[in-house]
Ligand binder design. Structure first.
Ligand code: HPA
Length: 251
């Protein structure tokens, strides 16, 4: 079964034929909300809204451990994370869809590991490639098959939020090699790796990052909402293609 975690702009999967919802408890507390189970094109899919169904949980307060644990526990063999991002690069414009291949983590104070607490063995994971290579490739291929242009590969900078960045911070991130910034990519990706669940991300550019492009003098929230509505339709189409073409998360 494939699982999808939806972010801002994707609080439900319109093309999911819903069978039921489950409220799950985990050793790490409660997930952001009930997990919705159903089918897309006859294939089983689970969906979880990262910020809660009423969009009430800010990025730094999402219980990432509970979310990933719950999806793993209910049999997710792959997780697609959908999230909106700001673009630092002039060639990545609002509305564009990006499948990142690297991460730099600027977040702090989040519970980012299952391997902690009394009696837990010190455990390190390999995170050289933070996203699952095969799942990424399938996402890219799925977009290509339905004729949707996407950017294959980018460095995702995970910022703390909930405030947006300053222009100087964005300049610093660019010097670091960051292409896009978002607030939820970490520790989600690392937690999935700790549990051995293939994880890949679809990032939707909602706006130019602070100080860039038409965000030179500030970021317009109204503009962001309009962009997301259209692009999330494209994201749904990519996911539908992914589950119908056969994927490593099948069954
Ligand atoms: N910065 C961080 N996260 C975001 C942005 C941004 O500009 N846009 C959407 N998510």
């Amino acid at each position: 079964m494939l699982a999808v975690i939806g972010g801002t702009g994707l609080s439900q999967l319109g093309n999911l034929d819903v069978s039921h919802r489950e409220v799950l408890r985990t050793p790490y507390g409660e997930p952001s909300g009930a997990v919705t189970f159903g089918q897309i094109a006859g294939q089983p899919v689970a969906f979880l809204a990262r910020h809660g169904y009423g969009h009430t949980i800010p990025p730094h307060q999402v219980n990432y451990r509970a979310n990933i644990w719950a999806l793993h526990h209910r049999g997710a063999l792959g997780i697609i994370s959908v999230a909106s991002v700001g673009s630092i690069r002039a060639d990545l414009k609002p509305g564009d869809i990006v499948v990142p291949n690297q991460i730099i983590d600027y977040t702090w104070g989040r519970k980012g590991s299952y391997f902690e607490g009394q009696g837990a063995k010190v455990t390190h994971i390999d995170f050289t490639e933070p996203y699952d290579r095969a799942l990424r490739a399938m996402l890219v291929a799925s977009a290509g098959e339905i004729g949707l242009p996407i950017c294959d590969g980018a460095v995702y900078g995970a910022t703390q939020g909930p405030r947006l960045e300053t222009a100087a911070e964005i300049n610093r991130y660019e010097r670091d090699g960051v292409d896009i910034v978002g607030m939820t990519g970490m520790p989600e990706a690392a937690l999935a790796r700790e549990l051995g669940v293939p994880y890949a991300a679809i990032s939707v550019v909602a706006n130019f990052a602070a100080g860039r492009g038409d965000s030179r003098d500030g970021i317009s929230f109204e503009a962001i909402e309009g962009v997301l509505v259209e692009s999330m339709g494209h994201v749904r189409a990519i996911i539908e293609r992914l589950v119908t073409r056969g994927n490593p998360a099948r069954s």
